[in-house]
Design a protein around this ligand. Structure first.
Ligand code: AMP
Ligand code: MG
Length: 471
């Protein structure tokens, strides 16, 4: 089997990466191959499931045509500058060209140490690998731009995490690219304008062929992030670690560490155990995205000509985030309450519902889905909070086309307690709950009595309040 590799990033100068083969693991065994994604990429799913495919996915054999490397990048982590991060436990095998001509990175996460590992072991344990597999595929099914999970394999090795030995795993991740805001920051911080210019050209060719120059690229990335964050918000998704190295310039969601979907709604919700001050709380996500984009803009300034004019143009482009986000947010939340084309005049109606939901900690997914089934009021401990909102809403949606809400409000999301249950079982060797959860999330807008259990909110004793990076 030969994979259709065409490795454009590996053709960039040597200072963009470190050439590094994956470090073989003891006893690779398949956990899951994403057959639908394999097909979309033009890869042979049967081969991926074979012993040779498993060896390639575990990093024990480098497939022909691959050019394995670890990418260099920097980043702001929780607002603090880190001049060198880089792939410390991920190897980019290369890029494949899908049958439709689109280019995709194939990266092995957990593939061993690289020159960027610092003190880390270069590995990943089963928990975060399954979490990323489940949530990234659920995001794709929800229609949110995201990196994807092509496969997960177990390594037959135990790794030490938080004082415990945990089963090791490798995730094969697919992305439009793994180029981050932090990739630009890496070169900007070194004053390497030549590299920045090459990176701009590379990213434009790859992701935004219509964009003209650094300013055009900035505008395109701002627009893509505005759409992305609005999509997250509309599904109650909290990324949890929106560091600049975890913001892909392609506009895809990347890095599923401590992420979570909210059960009960509150704008201040935070899950990540390391986010002590709520920097990356649900409602902060748009402001943080704009902050990250300002860092991106700063990197591009040296390429934008005369300083004062460059700063003015870049500032204007970054300020474009707020209206673009608000527009995308209004379209999405409008559709969630049944409005095919909400306008600013509808904001009070939407915000009034959200305010009532926050006071009641009403379940985010079930309340919105319940609007079309008449069950939304059941999500309020005090149904009067819903009843006093409902008449104005009914009056407003009269005459709206049917089906608007059903297409905007999923009935199933990857709830934290389900993910934890799937991981706990998998650690015991039972992967059935993991597979069943993936199946339940593959078609998230379609009610399905077979998957009714996945539509339920957690019982108080099941609810998961904290998520861990668990690197
Ligand atoms: P993350 O929190 O996953 O965004 O990772 C932040 C940085 O830490 C990146 O440079 C990662 O490559 C690195 N890193 C995370 N976990 C490990 C590990 N187990 N071994 C080596 N590097 C790691
Ligand atoms: Mg990261």
């Amino acid at each position: 089997m030969t994979l259709p590799f065409d490795n454009s990033y590996a053709r960039l100068p040597e200072r963009f990466y470190a050439r590094q083969a994956p470090v073989p693991v003891r006893a690779p065994a398949p956990i899951s191959v994403n057959r639908a994604l394999a097909e979309r990429l033009g890869l042979d799913a049967d081969w991926l499931e074979s012993p040779e495919g498993t060896a390639a996915l575990a990093g024990n054999a480098v497939p022909e045509g691959a050019a394995p490397l670890a990418q260099a990048y920097a980043g702001h982590q929780f607002g603090g500058w880190v001049p060198q991060l880089g792939d410390g436990r991920a190897i980019l095998l290369g890029e494949v060209l899908a049958p439709d001509g689109l280019r995709f990175d194939i990266q092995l996460k957990g593939a061993g140490q690289t020159p960027f590992s610092r003190r880390g072991d270069g590995r990943a344990w089963l928990g975060p690998v399954l979490r990323e597999y489940i949530v990234s595929e659920a995001m794709a099914a929800l229609g949110v731009p995201t990196t994807r999970a092509l496969a997960a394999v177990s390594t037959g090795e135990q790794i030490l995490r938080d004082g415990f030995l945990r089963p090791g795993a490798v995730l094969a991740r697919v992305a439009a690219s793994h180029i981050r805001v932090g990739t630009f920051q890496y070169f900007a911080a070194r004053g390497d304008a030549e590299a920045l210019g090459l990176l701009v050209d590379h990213v434009i060719a790859r992701h935004y062929p219509a964009a003209r120059g650094p300013l055009g690229l900035l505008q395109a990335v701002v627009a893509a992030q505005a759409r992305l964050i609005a999509a997250w918000m509309s599904f109650g998704f909290i990324h949890g670690v929106m560091n600049t190295d975890n913001m892909a310039v392609s506009g895809e969601t990347i890095d599923y560490g401590p992420c979570a979907f909210m059960d009960g709604y509150h704008p201040d919700t935070v899950f990540s155990s390391i986010d002590q001050y709520g920097r990356y709380a649900y409602a902060n996500q748009p402001q943080i995205a704009a902050w990250n984009l300002a860092q991106f803009a700063t990197c591009l300034l040296p390429l934008m000509g005369e300083r004062e004019a460059a700063v003015a143009a870049a500032t204007e482009a970054v300020h474009g985030f707020a209206p673009a986000f608000q527009g995308a947010w209004l379209r999405r939340f409008g559709r969630k309450i049944g409005l095919s084309a909400a306008t600013k005049a509808d904001l009070p109606l939407i915000e009034s519902l959200l305010g009532r939901m926050a006071t009641e900690r009403a379940d985010f997914t079930r309340t919105f889905h319940g609007l079309s089934t008449g069950k939304a009021r059941d999500e309020f401990t005090d149904p009067a909070a819903f009843d006093s909102w409902e008449p104005a809403w009914r009056a407003r949606i009269a005459g709206e086309p049917a089906g608007v809400m059903a297409a905007a409000n999923p009935v199933r999301i990857p709830r934290n307690h389900r993910i934890e249950q799937a991981i706990t079982a998998a650690v015991e060797g039972d992967f059935a709950p993991f597979h069943r959860l993936n199946a339940a999330l593959a078609d998230p807008f379609r009610p399905d009595p077979d998957f009714a259990a996945f539509e339920a909110a957690p019982w108080p004793e099941e609810a998961v309040q904290r998520t861990f990076c668990g690197t």
